[in-house]
Design a protein around this ligand. Structure first.
Ligand code: PXG
Length: 297
């Protein structure tokens, strides 16, 4: 596997960062997780845009323009001869000294990893996700905005660990007001009476790219009403269907929440239709940049 780091492709064993990199020392940096389906990088423009927005928000200047990042991401897929892939783009503050001062970090470290995708096992899509509500609150927008995809993921990781220890797959986090925010690595939706609901961005969530696609497909392909609305946990208990969206998960039905069975305990019919619509969409030209076709032109 070849990894792009600071301007060149290196073998995995040679692709290394300094122990003085502030990404390691402080989680000072931003990242994106992106999928490729059949040689198409899914929602590439949207992911690159979010990366540059995240970087800007933390005063991190990526040392080349978005167009070049787009090219590097496609090249990383091609060099590794991947079609279905998981791509991780990481931009750290770079190497500095042991202090917090970002001015000591002169050059950001930029890493693009394109690897084989490890899908959730098929049975997870079939049996559905078991979720707990975490005791941890989602980090507040006035502390570190969850809309910034930063390298500080301990809030999410500790919530996920809580889920694992409770023999569940995912953890749902509430905001400081106790309203539903998002899961450790996914956005959350519910369906009731043919209407679809998801928390608005101001609740304090990552504006998921899969979330935005799912919202569009629910409206356009399934003909459902879509509402971005603030809600609390009991509304999920009485929902017809609950599902999560994310680059890793794509779309997965939730069947158990804090010990309450959702719907009839299986992924719901509309969720299943939405998963089908999503899979179809990933194959379309509109869904993302075709990295192998790009070579020919
Ligand atoms: N909320 C949070 C906190 C996330 O980290 C999402 C929502 C969904 O966003 P996208 O844009 O991916 O639809 C995420 C992203 C994994 C994995 O391995 C998950 C994410 C990122 C990277 C890896 O499960 N979730």
């Amino acid at each position: 596997m070849k990894i792009w780091i600071d301007g060149r492709f290196l073998e995995k064993s040679d692709a290394k960062v300094s122990v003085f990199d502030h990404g390691l020392l402080y989680g000072d940096g931003v990242f994106e997780g992106i999928r490729a389906y059949g040689g198409r990088v899914f929602q590439l423009k949207e992911h690159v845009k979010r990366l540059y927005d995240s970087a800007k928000a933390v005063l991190l200047e990526i040392p080349f323009p978005a167009e070049e990042m787009t090219r590097v991401i496609c090249e990383a897929v091609r060099v590794n001869e991947l079609r279905d892939a998981y791509i991780r783009v990481v931009v750290t503050r770079g190497t500095g000294d042991l202090g917090l001062d970002m001015r000591k970090c002169k050059v950001p470290t930029v890493i693009v990893i394109a690897d084989k995708i490890q899908l959730y096992p098929k049975e997870v899509y079939e049996r559905g996700l078991r979720v707990i509500v975490s005791h941890l609150r989602r980090i507040a927008p006035d502390t570190l905005s969850p809309s910034i995809k930063s390298l500080n993921y301990l809030n999410n990781i500790l919530a996920r660990a809580e889920a694992s220890r409770a023999d569940c797959d995912e953890a749902l986090l509430l905001n400081r007001e106790g309203m539903v925010a998002e899961c450790s690595g996914d956005n959350i939706f519910y369906i009731r009476d043919l209407k679809v609901f998801t928390p608005p961005v101001h609740v304090g969530i990552l504006e998921g790219i899969t979330r935005n696609v799912a919202m569009r497909l629910a409206k356009e392909k399934l003909g459902l009403e879509m509402h971005e609305q603030v809600f609390s946990v009991p509304e999920l208990y009485r929902a017809d269907e609950v599902f999560v969206t994310g680059t890793g998960a794509e779309i997965i039905g939730v069947v158990l929440l804090n010990g309450r069975v959702i719907g009839d305990g299986k992924p719901g019919p509309l969720t299943t239709s939405l998963i089908r619509a999503f899979r179809e969409y990933t194959k379309t030209a509109e869904a993302g940049a075709a990295v192998y076709e790009a070579v020919k032109v």
